[in-house]
Design a protein around this ligand. Structure first.
Ligand code: CO
Length: 134
């Protein structure tokens, strides 16, 4: 049986990175570990690590990206919660067997080699859920 281990990160879509950092970094005092462009996702991402977890701020850098469409439709806010799983393939099989609607039926591989897949919000009480195998 695959096991969920932890909340890996929480992702927030932002329309103005500096304005967002004035809360997350300056007011709350969380250190920004990394701020970089992710050309393949047409977005800019800020990583703010916490003990065992992370807040990710994501800003679109192009109007035609998935994140830009999300922002246009819903405005800034909570985008997804990412759960760490010890066996992503097994978890996807388990979810499919229970009729859960998956956005990625097969694991995708990030630039850093981590495997991930998204679960559709219609199966999760409205929250986009990312599953991550570290
Ligand atoms: Co994520």
């Amino acid at each position: 049986m695959p096991n969920i281990k932890a909340v890996n990160h929480i992702a927030v879509v932002v329309d103005d990175m500096e304005k967002s950092l004035s809360f997350w970094r300056d007011a709350l005092g969380i250190e920004v570990h990394e701020l970089r462009d992710v050309p393949v996702e047409k977005s800019q991402v800020a990583f703010l690590p916490l003990a065992g977890s992370e807040v990710e701020l994501v800003k679109p850098t192009s109007d035609d990206s998935g994140i830009a469409k999300y922002l246009a439709k819903r405005g800034p806010g909570m985008h997804h919660i990412c759960l760490e799983v010890d066996d992503l393939d097994a978890m996807l099989v388990q979810l499919k067997s229970k009729g859960i609607h998956l956005i990625n039926e097969e694991p995708r591989t990030a630039a850093d080699g981590k495997k991930y897949a998204f679960v559709h919000p219609e199966s999760t009480s409205g929250v986009l859920v990312e599953l991550y195998q570290v």
